[in-house]
Structures are given as C-alpha cells and as structure tokens.
Design a protein around this ligand. Structure first.
Ligand code: RP5
Length: 164
C-alpha cells in the first residue's frame, strides 16, 4: 500500500497531527511524519514533495498555521494529491491559515479540510488510497456504518428522555 506523507510546519502543530496519525493507524495505513516549514526550511519541503512519488507516497497531508503556505508549496512540487489542514494560532482564530491554504490559484489544488481538521484529513487520504484498494474501501464502509449506528443510539436516548 502507498504511504501517506504528513508534513507539519512546526512541532507546535503536533496535537492536531496526532489525531491524523491515530486515524491512519486505525485503518492500518502506513505513514511518515516530518516537520518541514515552507518558510523556515523551504528547501526541505520542496525536496520532500519532489521525491514523494518515487518514495512510495500516495497522498500528502500538509498542516500549517498563520500564513500557511506549506500545502501550496508541496502541491507546487508534486502531482500527488495534497490535503491541507489549516491550524489555528492565537491571532484570527485560524482564519489566516484557512484562507492561505484554501485559496490556491487554478492549476495547483490543495484539498483543504476544516481548521484543525486532523481526523478528516486522514479520512480523505484513506478515501484516496481506497480508490485502488478494495480492503481499505471496505474498512471505510464499516466505519461509516458504525458511526451511523452510534448516532442512532444517541437519537434513541434523546427521543426516549425528552419526547412525550
Ligand atoms: C506555522 O507557524 C506553523 O505551521 C505553526 O502553525 C505556526 C507557528 O509555528 P511556531 O512558531 O509554533 O514554530 O509555520
């Protein structure tokens, strides 16, 4: 199976990426995590993106906060799909990173999830890999069914408690 490459702009983004890594582990999807910054170590970020395909990666996840250019820099240097996670910093509640990540010019897409959306970034990466992996697709279907069953249970409890 192809690997997911996780790149974060700083180790201060780790709490968000830990959810990403936990989710990938639950699906048995192999990954590598790195701290490469678009601004502080741009050469490392670019070299990683340029070699990612031949290194056996199938999807890249880029997580960064503030003026978050990491997703765009990776996407500019690979044809692999890039999923962007805008990370919330103190100022502007993450809107800075959201707009920097999502507002890519035509030709260089970054599939942007919600601010701090570490779980959904992993799920999107799994869905991309599952296009060519039937077992992985089956696991995704099982998770969706389990999630729905859990909501149905909660609905039953609320209906029982509050409805006359
Ligand atoms: C971004 O700046 C990082 O992705 C992080 O979200 C933010 C702050 O980085 P640190 O100053 O905590 O290293 O590049």
């Amino acid at each position: 199976m192809k690997k997911v490459g996780i790149v974060m702009g700083s180790d201060s983004d780790l709490p968000i990426l830990e959810k990403t890594m936990d989710t990938l582990k639950n699906f048995g999807v192999p990954f590598e995590a790195h701290v490469f910054s678009a601004h502080r170590t741009p050469d490392k970020a670019i070299d990683f993106a340029k070699s990612a395909e031949e290194q056996g990666f199938g999807v890249l996840i880029a997580a960064a906060g503030m003026a978050a250019h990491l997703g765009g820099v990776l996407a500019a240097n690979t044809v692999l799909p890039v999923v962007g996670i805008p990370c919330q910093s103190n100022a502007l509640e993450g809107m800075d990173a959201l707009l920097s990540t999502v507002q890519m010019p035509s030709g260089v897409p970054v599939a942007t999830v919600a601010i701090n959306g570490g779980v959904n970034a992993a799920l999107l990466a799994v869905e991309i890999l599952a296009l060519s992996d039937g077992d992985l697709a089956q696991k995704l279907k099982q998770k969706k069914a389990a999630d729905a069953a859990s909501v149905l249970l909660k609905n039953a409890a609320v209906e029982k408690k509050y409805n006359m």
